[in-house]
Ligand binder design. Structure first.
Ligand SMILES: C[S@@+](CC[C@H](N)C(=O)[O-])C[C@H]1O[C@@H](n2cnc3c(N)ncnc32)[C@H](O)[C@@H]1O
Length: 367
């Protein structure tokens, strides 16, 4: 008998917010197996059928739509397959933070949204920064399959792929004539019924050009792409400030502030939006919003008095933030606000790193 949705959800949906990043897929699946990814799995039929017909692989699907995910869970439950899981997150944020470089054996994208209007062009997946990121997550020799029924998108995608230094077509031309044995997806069947031609792209990663690897997570992946022994929990960013500050004035006239920076080609925006004070024992809570590329995190920073004349800034549990560069920048930014409002305060300890501190100091602060 099929389990209720609440139990399917616990089983098939990856709790990426509460897991260490990048995700350890082998422990999640309980086995070591090649990793196959489908981006935008829609009604889940293709992913469920891949999981059934390729039991030797671990299959991950990425979606933005919750209702799509529930349809996938029902299919997986019905097919009784154990080798598939879903991520509800933007594909770019997932590839950036949840997958190690060179971890994917196979990638599918079936009928990605074509965004036909010129003003929406930058929303298209597979524009060159995304392709660089995706290629960095693919193993050498792995295959990328993209299928579309949108002629103009196909033309554009062909140009993106052709110019890419790491990817090579598996066929003499840019497009494959067809893919024998392929199961058509819902969008593909609809297009075929209307007589619309289908465009197939099968490309393989044949090179690892220098500079293409984009770090998954600055704290957890070293230059070689291996997992750092530190876990999410023991690498929580903190900063301690010491000085003869006036407690009553601390953050009393706090003004919302925004920091903006581009680091490793990723646009980062940090917003410290409000400060709240508790009297006894004294404690301040500062609301934060951080966006890094497609990843958004909302959380709070606590300011507590640990010793006489010493303030300790750390993440509160609210929002379950991950210690990304942007989150460190938020703590460094708050440290800067405190030191600017009371020049007697100085840093006595921090684990944010020189780059976050320097970026917080040089960043423009428009209020
Ligand atoms: C046109 S539908 C195609 C669905 C299915 N692959 C098919 O062929 O029937 C595109 C799907 O991609 C998902 N999607 C769009 N942008 C995405 C993104 N940035 N990350 C993850 N999924 C995305 C949408 O929610 C939608 O379900």
């Amino acid at each position: 008998m099929a389990r209720p949705l609440s139990q399917q959800l616990l089983h098939y949906l990856v709790d990426w917010r509460d897991s260490p990043w990048p995700i350890d897929w082998e422990s999640l699946f309980g086995r070591s197996a090649p990793l196959s990814l489908e981006i935008g799995f829609g009604n889940g039929a293709f992913l469920a059928s891949q999981a059934r017909s390729r039991p030797d692989r671990n299959h991950i699907g990425i979606e933005l739509s919750w209702s799509a995910a529930t349809r996938l869970f029902q299919r997986l439950e019905k097919a009784q397959v154990e080798n598939a899981r879903a991520l509800l997150i933007d594909a770019e944020a997932a590839l950036q933070h949840l997958f190690l470089p060179e971890s994917l054996t196979e990638v599918f994208a079936n009928h990605p949204c074509p965004w036909p209007k010129a003003r929406h062009g930058e929303r298209r997946l597979f524009a060159s920064p995304f392709l660089d990121l995706l290629a960095s997550r693919m193993r050498l020799g792995s295959r990328l399959t993209v299928v579309t029924d949108h002629a103009e998108y196909a033309q554009w995608l062909g140009e993106m792929l052709e110019g890419h230094p790491a990817l090579t077509s598996c066929h003499p031309g840019i497009e494959a004539p067809e893919i024998p044995g392929r199961q058509p997806t819902k969008y593909q069947r609809k297009a075929m019924a209307e007589g619309i031609p289908i465009h197939y792209f099968e490309w393989t990663k044949q090179a690892e050009p220098e500079g293409l690897i984009v770090p998954a997570h600055r704290d957890q992946v070293d230059g070689s792409g291996s997992r750092d022994a530190r876990t999410w929990h023991d690498s929580m960013p903190t900063i301690s400030l010491r000085g003869d500050y006036d407690r009553k004035l601390l953050l009393a006239d706090f003004q919302p502030l925004t920091l903006r920076e581009t680091v490793d080609n990723i646009e980062i925006a940090v917003r410290l939006s409000g400060a709240f004070r508790r009297e006894e024992p004294p404690m301040w809570l500062v609301e934060c919003f951080v966006s890094e590329g497609k990843l958004r995190q909302e959380f709070a920073i606590m300011v507590i008095e640990r010793k006489a004349n010493e303030l300790f800034l750390k993440l509160s549990g609210l929002g379950r933030p991950h210690p990304t560069f942007g989150v460190k920048l938020a703590i460094a930014g708050l440290g800067r606000v405190l030191m600017e409002s009371d020049p007697k305060l100085t840093i006595v300890h921090e684990n944010l790193g020189a780059e976050a501190l320097a970026t917080a100091c040089k960043s423009e602060v428009p209020c």
